[in-house]
Design a binder for this molecule. Structure first.
Ligand SMILES: *Cc1c(COP(=O)(O)O)cnc(C)c1O
Length: 440
């Protein structure tokens, strides 16, 4: 399998290069030259398969012969030792809980696969890889726990001191081993500036192989298609439903783009709802055909506060830049904070189910979609739940006025010893840290 850049002016590359590079040299995002296809017979054969078997059958089509199959299979097993439950709220409404991994958010699916592929390709190239990430919270923790203990890799995370929640800070600073946290006396923009500087520093380039693990990496996207395939097969097998609608809480639109991959592969998906908060650039594009990104607005579903989503480049590419054809697969629906909070409450009252604010955005968007005339409005539907409610205690307490139960694995993280190196926002301090790390 060959990967192209969405900007079309870089040379096509292998999955190895696309994974280690992240972004294409022309500034575009990598996409597969053709999306692998599953025939209806192949899909029928997957009915009753485990999550990991489905994941393996998809991964092998994207990775081709570049990783021996037995090793790819082992990687998948070690990626997903946790469940992906699908909970029925009523006869036609299902929640796919994507928060059962180590950091209690769906970013574990992408980060853990990316980590293993990076480790494998780094070993092949006989150069250890240093993953450098600036984070304001959730991506960093998924990367920290995803790469923890992966040979031939080490992770250096930069986060702004005092500007992440205590839980996030604990998740960022307790992985240990090959994961190093740098607490920067500055804000998130300082962290990003320092990381960007490191990538263009000729002195570092000579000594280190640097890579980023941000959400544009194709090897973070591919594994997110696994849970769409799994959900369509489970719904068919357990309830006899075909062509479900997926409601996807969206920020950078990686999750939704992975769903489009799954549909193009042939998995029977009826329609997608791109659920957004007040950051509605893509929703407006779907309505008006004009892409006019605006500055980011802060909402109570913070992980979706993205004014100019990076994966929009891939969506446009897949639909030949045509918003009408994109609209045949995707309906964009924006949800206000007020609606999000009242949805958390009403879902709890109706179903005794506690959902996090991101999931609530997707649930509310589905309700709006169902009251429309759309062709798939009456289909069985799956809301992707991207985070465990305990990760957003304040919002939940605000909406429900009750204590939220905290799962033990979260409590355990809170008790671990924080390990971080404090540095200033001067680039030279980051360079010194990386140089010393390289010599140790
Ligand atoms: C990152 C994130 C999202 C948004 O996902 P995208 O792939 O960026 O659209 C939604 N919910 C949670 C909890 C997240 O962490």
């Amino acid at each position: 399998m060959i990967y192209f850049s969405t900007n079309k002016s870089s040379v096509p590359v292998s999955i190895k290069k696309a994974t280690l590079e992240g972004l294409a040299p022309d500034g575009g995002l990598y996409v597969p030259s053709e999306i692998p296809h599953f025939s209806p017979e192949e899909i029928a054969l997957l009915e009753g398969a485990t999550f990991n078997d489905i994941a393996f059958s998809i991964a092998k089509k994207f990775v081709g012969s570049e990783i021996p199959l037995d090793q790819l299979s082992d990687m998948i097993e070690s990626c997903y030792p946790f469940e992906t439950p699908i909970i029925g709220l009523d006869k036609k409404t299902f929640i796919e809980e994507l928060f059962c991994g180590p950091t209690l958010a769906f970013k574990d699916y992408g980060a853990r696969f990316l980590a293993r592929l990076t480790g494998y390709f780094a070993a092949e190239a006989e150069t250890p890889v240093t993953v450098l990430v600036a984070t304001s919270g959730d991506t960093g923790s998924a990367v920290a726990y995803g790469f923890q203990g992966i040979p031939n890799t080490r992770v250096v995370l930069l986060y702004p001191s005092g500007k992440v929640s205590r839980l996030q800070e604990q998740q960022l600073t307790t992985a240990g081993g090959n994961v190093y946290a740098l607490e920067v006396k500055g804000d998130f923009d300082d962290c990003q500036r320092m990381v960007k500087h490191a990538f263009i520093d000729p002195d570092l380039k000579e000594k280190l192989t640097l890579t980023s693990a941000n959400s544009i990496n194709i090897s973070r996207l591919i594994p997110q298609s696994f849970y769409y395939a799994w959900a369509t097969l489970q719904l068919k097998e357990l309830y006899g439903f075909n062509e479900p609608v997926f409601s996807v809480p969206s920020g950078n639109y990686g999750n939704l783009t992975a769903g489009i991959l799954a549909k193009r592969m042939g998995f029977p998906i009826g329609h997608f709802i791109a659920a957004s908060n007040a950051n509605d650039s893509v929703t407006r594009y779907l309505d008006e055909g004009r892409y006019d990104p605006r500055p980011t607005i802060t909402t109570c579903s913070t992980a979706m506060d993205v004014g100019n989503p990076s994966n929009f480049a891939r969506l446009k590419y897949f639909y030949g830049n045509d918003h009408v054809s994109m609209g045949k697969d995707i309906t964009g629906i924006a949800v206000t904070d007020e609606e999000t909070l009242s949805t958390i409450k009403s879902v709890y009252e109706r179903f005794e189910y506690t959902m996090d604010p991101h999931t609530a955005v997707a649930f509310r968007a589905l309700e709006k979609y169902r009251s429309s005339e759309s062709r798939h409005a009456k289909n069985a539907s799956i809301v992707l739940s991207t985070a465990h409610p305990a990760k957003f205690l304040e919002v939940l307490q605000n909406a429900l006025h009750k204590e939220i139960e905290i799962p033990t694995r979260l409590l355990e993280v809170l008790e671990k010893k924080k390990m971080a190196t404090m540095i200033s926002s001067e680039y030279s301090e980051l360079a010194t840290f990386l140089n010393e790390l390289n010599q140790s």
